[in-house]
Design a protein around this ligand. Structure first.
Ligand SMILES: Cc1cc2nc3c(=O)[nH]c(=O)nc-3n(C[C@H](O)[C@H](O)[C@H](O)COP(=O)(O)OP(=O)(O)OC[C@H]3O[C@@H](n4cnc5c(N)ncnc54)[C@H](O)[C@@H]3O)c2cc1C
Length: 458
């Protein structure tokens, strides 16, 4: 596997320093409990030491977590903001939870360290998965998700995700997100793309491969228009306000926020790897904050490597994602002698492993992705990104290699996004509901943000 950044020398901001949480706070809580789910023990750090599987079943967790050293507003000079719901993160998950909470009548305060354009959500290309085609079904989507997850998914979470994903697409459309229509459909049905591991066309997309930009742009507009949502940009969560028995809000670098409920929506941690598709802020902040406050974490060992990122070591273009939907439309992977060597539409872990094996066998640091059969107008931003990196994808295969892409593990939560720490919720990539098992099925992540975001806000 590509080297972890920690082994390669830290040349990016170090997690705990960026978060302002001292090493003592984070590391002294290394007690490990165990939770069983789907026949497997989930190692949970800092949460409960019990073997009761409650934190991964459908019930809200009421167990007392291990007491954390405690963080409170005492000593902060800034006045405390009081709100019903504090949302940490301004990607798809955070924006959607804030909106839904406001629609339910709550006053929400959303803090985001980085601008919208630097969230993984904004960068999302392929789309979101939902069983919408007449010959498809949530059960079939669920089976594909379980297959990709290598037997380590939590089946209730998979069922919830796949059953509610079509409704999430409908809700986004009602809120004004414009997904690409199928030009061949007389009744305006949506265009559905195919991606690896899916047995049917079910990826809804917008602007070709600019789905994240289209969705988050619209949600951000709605959030800005809402009188019930206060947005604090360029504001970082430093620690959760907690004595270890419950979460009372969040400490930020602009002051404390007291909240009846606090939602972590801080994204993943794949930017900790040397070659990554993620924005640099994706350094596992949610897991660090939750762990320090006493909430349980799980599955941190499962990081997904996307098979096809631009391989240009030393260049700013290294790690640029070339969406899986390209392979769904016929793009081929070629080895050093120009031959196909794998099924391009197998699940991601299989394709990434096949590429790494072939690189080893050929003694190269990349394979090639042949886009010559793909109409550039279907994926304008991808072709533009390749050109910006100095390639002519219409006439020349581009070098690709696997890159760290998505963290399956995170803050343990139940089907309503409640963590093991009362009044603390986790949604989106920072959460671990068990829906992805050991290997997320392509395009299930955005669907997860909306399905579980709606449940958290309800
Ligand atoms: C290039 C790329 C393409 C992708 N394509 C797809 C796709 O087509 N389909 C799909 O389903 N998934 C895709 N994914 C994955 C998907 O985009 C993410 O998993 C998902 O968008 C995560 O959303 P999120 O809201 O949880 O986190 P993010 O969108 O990463 O947002 C995290 C937010 O938290 C903020 N934050 C972080 N730490 C702090 C802190 N300490 N204090 C305050 N704020 C903080 C950040 O500034 C940011 O606003 C893609 C990912 C990448 C990188």
């Amino acid at each position: 596997m590509p080297p972890c950044l920690a082994q390669g020398g830290l040349d990016r901001p170090e997690t705990r320093r960026v978060l302002g949480v001292g090493p003592g706070v984070v590391l002294q809580r290394a007690r490990v409990g165990e939770v069983e789910a789907q026949g497997r023990r989930y190692g949970t750090r800092g949460g409960r030491a019990s073997r009761n599987p409650a934190s991964l079943d459908g019930e809200r967790v009421r167990n007392q977590p291990q007491r954390s050293p405690g963080v409170s507003a005492a000593g902060f000079e800034r006045p405390t903001i009081e709100t019903d719901v504090a949302v940490i993160g301004g990607g798809a998950a955070g924006l959607y939870v804030a909106l839904r909470a406001a629609e339910h009548g709550a006053e929400a305060t959303l803090v985001s360290r980085k601008p919208l354009t630097e969230s993984a959500s904004f960068w999302a290309q392929g789309g979101l998965a939902a069983a919408l085609a007449p010959d498809d079904s949530p059960a079939r989507h669920a089976q594909d998700t379980l297959n990709a997850g290598r037997g380590l998914c939590r089946s209730e979470a998979v069922e919830m995700l796949t059953r509610e994903a079509p409704g999430a697409v409908a809700e986004l459309r009602e809120r004004g997100v414009r997904f690409d229509p199928d030009p061949a459909s007389p009744d305006g049905a949506l265009s559905l793309a195919l991606e690896g591991g899916h047995s049917a066309r079910r990826i809804v997309h917008a602007g070709g491969a600019q789905t994240g930009r289209a969705i988050t742009g619209r949600l951000a507009q709605l959030v800005a228009e809402s009188e019930r949502i206060r947005v604090l940009e360029e504001t970082s969560a430093l620690a959760l306000w907690s004595d270890g028995s419950e979460c009372a809000g969040v400490m930020t670098d602009t002051g404390p926020i007291a909240a009846r409920a606090t939602v972590l929506a801080t994204g993943g941690g794949a930017a900790l790897w040397q070659r990554t598709t993620n924005p640099w802020g994706a350094i596992g902040a949610g897991a660090v904050l939750a762990h320090a406050a006493g909430a349980a974490l799980a599955d941190l060992e499962f990081c997904q490597f996307h098979p096809t990122a631009l391989a240009l070591p030393g260049s700013g273009h290294d790690g640029t994602l070339l969406t899986e939907a390209l392979r769904g439309e016929g793009a081929e992977l070629l080895d050093a002698s120009g031959r196909r060597f794998t099924d391009e539409l197998a699940p991601r872990d299989q394709v990434a492993a096949a590429i790494l094996d072939r690189m080893d066998a050929d003694g190269t640091d990349h394979v090639a992705l042949d886009l010559r059969s793909i109409p550039p107008e279907r994926f304008p931003n991808v072709f533009e990104a390749c050109r910006a990196a100095g390639f002519r994808p219409e006439s020349q295969p581009v070098p690709v290699a696997p890159a760290a892409h998505y963290l399956m593990g995170g803050v343990v939560c139940d089907l309503d996004s409640a963590t093991t720490l009362p009044r603390l919720y986790a949604v989106g990539e920072c959460s671990c509901s068990g829906a992805h098992g050991a290997n997320r099925l392509a395009s299930n992540s955005l669907s997860e943000c909306f399905v579980f975001g709606a449940r958290a806000a309800a």
